[in-house]
Design a protein around this ligand. Structure first.
Ligand code: LLP
Length: 416
């Protein structure tokens, strides 16, 4: 399928001109394609279809917009939530759907409020990341007269070969527990009437470019499951997310999830597998639309900034860029794209080849995942609106914040 930045270079997405969108809704704004999202969601379903008892839960942290969650639920995926806030988003987005999507809650330090929210959902599995957390879940389930489905996140000590900020599978990190502690937690849960030991889980990182480290982790998890007995010995294995999409410079040479699923189909039998893809579903369905304000030397200064799309500043991520109705940027060159924020890290792209001029519209691709969700109000900047193109129509799926919104929660201390 033609990528969203290629469509932007051609000027329109599904019959909607991006220049018109910018005119009507202003810039910067996030633009998503429902068609691209549906196609990525069904690619995930197709990739795991050969595994007899498999399920995918979309990782809501990648993009929690209600309209997008609804499309993902309609494609038959469940959800992985990291907090009570994300759970509330899923509940709002899937109201009235039958059957209800399956849910799991992950995260290294769940609050009592997070756990209470998950316990309120009969279809939710709570993945515990420490013995203390397991104890808290058992106590809260007991007090509520419930039996909680739980999972345990094990850290398999596998190097995901990705940026250090998004590698989570190496021993000694804050995520999960070591294998022996994980086994003990699963056995304990298996014999506790307040808990059901349902899932053995790992998630070794994000933007993983090849299936090989995921296969290594899967092999370790299967061996670990073999060591469990009783109820725990029947558990599912949840291999998390992390399926990489590459960047402007290089796309992965294989579909990482499909390659992992193929390996599992050949090497693991009689086990139910779960996956938590985030980025691979939403990233390429979204772009950030921004306007060039000025050119200064080799800096293309635009109206979007690191507060709108943090990934280039935080991970040195290289997103594809196109001039709307013009050219795709070359991936090596002397131009940089910078924003209005007063930080030297405020770049949206570096060392690219792009002949942009003031007034041009730029489309920054791969922005559907970890884009809007990581946006902030830094430098007094309202967050952009989010728009969805579906069947040739544009819908505002989140309105642009206003300066009044930014002031609304502050209070000047009164002496009275
Ligand atoms: N499951 C768990 C437990 C996770 O922590 C994550 C992401 C996922 C699934 C989904 O991973 P994905 O398929 O999206 O790679 N902000 C960073 C990415 C952080 C990922 C955090 N965990 C970025 O912009 O690259």
């Amino acid at each position: 399928m033609t990528s969203i930045e290629q469509l932007a270079a051609a000027g329109e997405i599904d019959g909607v001109a991006l220049a018109e969108i910018a005119e009507q809704h202003g810039t910067p704004c996030y633009v998503y394609s429902a068609r691209q999202l549906r196609s990525a969601a069904s690619a995930v379903q197709a990739a795991i279809a050969a595994l007899p008892d498999s399920q995918a839960s979309y990782a809501v942290k990648a993009n929690g917009n209600l309209a997008l969650l609804r499309i993902i639920a309609e494609a038959g995926l469940g959800f992985d939530v990291g907090s009570a806030g994300e759970l509330a988003r899923v509940a709002a987005a899937t109201a009235g759907l039958n059957p209800k999507p399956h849910l799991c809650m992950t995260g290294p330090c769940k609050s009592a409020a997070d756990i209470a929210a998950a316990l309120g959902e009969p279809a939710a599995t709570i993945i515990c990341e420490s013995p203390d957390e397991l104890t808290r879940v058992a106590e809260m389930a007991g007090a509520a007269g419930k039996t909680a489905d739980i999972g345990v996140r094990v850290n398999p000590d596998v190097d995901a070969a990705t940026h250090r900020h998004i590698a989570t599978g190496i021993a000694g990190g804050k995520f999960g527990v070591d294998a022996d502690t994980g086994l003990a937690m699963m056995e304990k849960a298996g014999s506790d009437p307040r808990l059901r030991a349902a899932v053995l889980h790992c998630h070794i990182g994000s933007q993983i470019a090849r299936a090989q480290p995921l296969i290594e982790a899967a092999g370790a998890m299967i061996k670990l499951r073999d060591r469990l007995s009783g109820e725990a010995g029947e558990c599912r294995i949840d291999l998390g997310g992390g399926f990489g999409i590459g960047d402007a410079r290089q796309r992965p040479s294989e579909d990482v999830l499909a390659a992992l699923a193929d390996w599992l189909a050949d090497n693991a039998h009689g086990i139910g597998f779960s996956f938590q893809p985030g980025r691979s579903i939403v990233a390429r369905a979204g772009l950030l639309l921004a306007r060039v304000e000025y050119i200064k030397g080799n800096h293309i200064l635009i109206d979007a900034a690191m507060n709108d799309l943090l990934r280039p500043a935080l991970y040195e991520a290289q997103h594809p860029v196109a001039i709307v109705g013009g050219k795709l940027a070359g991936t090596s060159g002397s131009m940089n794209i910078a924003g209005p924020v007063c930080e030297s890290a405020d770049f949206l792209a570096r060392d690219i080849d792009l002949a942009a001029k003031p007034g041009d519209l730029l489309a920054i691709g791969d922005a559907g995942a970890y884009g809007f969700v990581m946006a902030s109000n830094y430098n007094g900047r309202p967050r952009p609106c989010e728009l969805l193109i579906d069947a040739g129509k544009v819908a505002v799926i989140r309105s642009r914040e206003t300066i009044a919104d930014l002031l609304a929660a502050d209070k000047i201390k009164s002496d009275g």
